[in-house]
Design a protein around this ligand. Sequence first.
Ligand code: NAD
Ligand code: DAU
Length: 350
Amino acid sequence: MRIIVTGGAGFIGANFLNQLVPTLPEHSFVNVDKLTYAANLESLRAIDSLPNYVLRQVDITDMAQVDAVFDELDPDLVVHFAAESHVDRSILGPREFIRTNIEGTFNLLEACRKRWSRDDDRLFHHVSTDEVYGSLGDTGLFTESTAYDPSSPYSASKAASDHVVRAYHRTYGLPVKITNCSNNYGPMQFPEKLIPLMILNALERKPLPIYGEGLNVRDWLYVADHCDAIWTVIQKGRVGRTYNIGGNNEKRNIEVVDTLCQVLAEETGCRVGELFALKRFVTDRPGHDLRYAIDASRVREECGWEPKETFDTGIRKTVRWYLSNQDWVRDVRSGDYRKWIDLNYGSRTA
Ligand code: NAD
Ligand code: DAU
């Protein structure tokens, strides 16, 4: 099979490629990525000389570039990760989110529609988020039939892209599947997201900025489990169907930060009190969703997928990965990263 993986130099895409490329030599994988600030070629070092892997630097918002790569590769499967993915960046600058997440997805769908016929055995797999469903109160779970109610420009752009993907299936018969997943964590995550930001700040004894009162709840899933879920749905899921993916690991943000401090103290031999003292409650995120929680019974019952990692084992693996990959960390924390930290945290009062 010829497989295009968009956004394969980002966090989840790179984990996906690192898991699959070495184990499936019969398939060829082409990483189609613009290489934005969120990409890191270091994440692909283990696979970049394998014969069944190549990278093409392509901006999916540019239809001519998308057409050229589809003409060259004629893919049987497209796994679409590429996106602007950070909620806080979408609040401070939404335009790129609308362009990449909606128009970029549309361009890929058009490329497939122009080339694939209804009875071809091909597939467009769209990787999406639970944030499309908006916020839960203290109880309840998101199911695949929960109404869309996105809060941020990021989640609105992902919701729009999901709708366009479904419309291409209903209208043109394009073979598609969608997965909507909860919060991922693990190796190679860009340190703008909660878990890697806290790990790296704690290691440098910088403040740990917790939005609001730290009571917002996320359902955390180790990234390898998410990648495994996507591959399982590609193989066993029904065409035209949506699958929610989650870790059954609901945690308040404050609990996540406390756990990270404890694990970091154990792994580095420092006093946990020294790390707890770095916690700062800062101005909340506008439109901050209170709680996400996933009902993953469909993917479990139809495809037989279940997460393998618990939060305790996954967090320890993650902390150890950041401790032993300081070169990777140095690579992504460029001048642009510093500008982002100043922009996002500079005006948040404690
Ligand atoms: P990321 O920000 O780490 O990586 C995004 C990748 O997309 C980068 O390699 C970047 O260079 C590439 N990209 C961005 N704009 C592009 C463009 N115009 N053309 C081509 N490539 C472009 O994101 P991530 O956390 O790995 O998320 C991947 C996907 O999974 C996204 O679609 C996201 O919505 C979804 N998702 C993420 C999570 C999570 O917790 N991180 C959870 C559920 C779903
Ligand atoms: O639910 C899936 C989504 O999870 C994905 O679609 C997104 O791409 C991904 O970024 C993630 O979104 P969140 O906004 O939930 O993730 P983030 O790591 O930015 O924040 C997690 C929680 O931690 C959220 O409640 C905000 C809070 N937070 C975040 C940062 C960066 C803080 O309290 N302080 C921080 O500095």
